[in-house]
Ligand binder design. Structure first.
Ligand code: ATP
Ligand code: MG
Length: 260
């Protein structure tokens, strides 16, 4: 029996872009729950609705219908200070292309969300040192993004996503712009943060290697959830889970990793 709390509930979520002939039904009634401390993966072919789903949860997009409930509160009802609080403190977002501000140092990039929300500089300093050590960027904090490798940039972006201690981290293909070595490093760090800090993570990925770190994977096809895989964390290794993920991908895409 699982005694963990539900942190996120998505109910009957739909999203239609455009109208008339230009109408695209990107989400066609998505429903799932996320438990506190889960590392949830979202996989699916290009155009299946993964980013749309993540951006609805992040309130960057307004759903056409349905509910997104974080810790018991319907996100659609937020406005003003509550919406700013949600975006700045309750969720952390990790982008494929890092999205660091080029004219700020790594340290300034990481602390920007805190200063926008009036957190004291002293608290920020101790938090940033701990996160930087964990993400192996302690020596890079005073560098500008152009002076960092891709892997380091993404770990700086991860620190920025985590600095406000959000309820959930949303990541859209965070390894998509990284080579395999840097992807592995990032996934090792995210897994450690998930395991040690019980941080809830929801990650979109095309990469079965990255997905194998997850505790559960939802497969999306054409705006609907059509399959789910759960990893038994205590008995199933990432490589065994990788095999099961690859199996689903092969059944769906004729064996081509590019299809998912
Ligand atoms: N702003 C938009 N206006 C109109 N249609 C859009 C818009 N954004 C996405 N779409 C459409 O919605 C569908 C889902 O797009 P989405 O970006 O969510 O897919 P995805 O699963 O993230 O794909 P990828 O793996 O390529 O990133 C696609 O058919 C896409 O063309
Ligand atoms: Mg996408």
């Amino acid at each position: 029996m699982n005694m963990r709390n539900q942190i996120l509930q998505v109910e009957s979520l739909t999203k239609i872009y455009g109208r008339g002939e230009n109408k695209t039904e990107a989400l066609k009634g998505i429903a799932f729950n996320v438990l506190e401390g889960e590392f949830l993966g979202i996989m699916g072919a290009s155009g299946s609705g993964k980013t749309t789903l993540l951006n609805c949860i992040a309130t960057m997009l307004k759903p056409t219908s349905g509910k997104i409930i974080l810790k018991g509160k319907n996100v659609a009802g937020f406005s003003g200070g509550e919406l700013a609080d949600y975006r700045g403190k309750k969720i952390g977002y990790l982008f494929q292309e890092f999205e660091l501000l080029e004219n700020l140092t790594a340290r300034e990039n990481i602390t920007l969300p805190l200063f926008l929300h009036g957190v004291s500089a002293k608290k920020a300093k101790s938090d940033i040192e701990a996160l930087a050590a964990m993400l192996d960027i302690a020596g890079e904090l005073d560098k500008f993004p152009t002076q960092l490798s891709g892997g380091q940039k993404q770990r700086v972006a991860a620190a920025r996503a985590l600095i406000s201690d959000p309820d959930i981290v949303l990541a859209d293909e965070p390894t998509g712009a990284l080579d395999s070595k840097n992807s592995k490093t990032l996934m090792d760090k995210l897994e450690a943060i998930n395991r040690e800090q019980r941080k809830t993570i929801m990650m979109v990925t095309h990469d079965a290697n990255a997905a194998s770190y997850c505790s559960r994977i939802l497969f999306i096809q054409d705006g609907r959830i059509f399959h789910e895989l759960r990893r038994n964390i205590s008995t199933e290794s990432t490589s065994d889970f990788y095999d099961r993920i690859a199996n689903v991908m092969a059944q769906l895409g004729g064996g081509s990793a590019n299809v998912l």
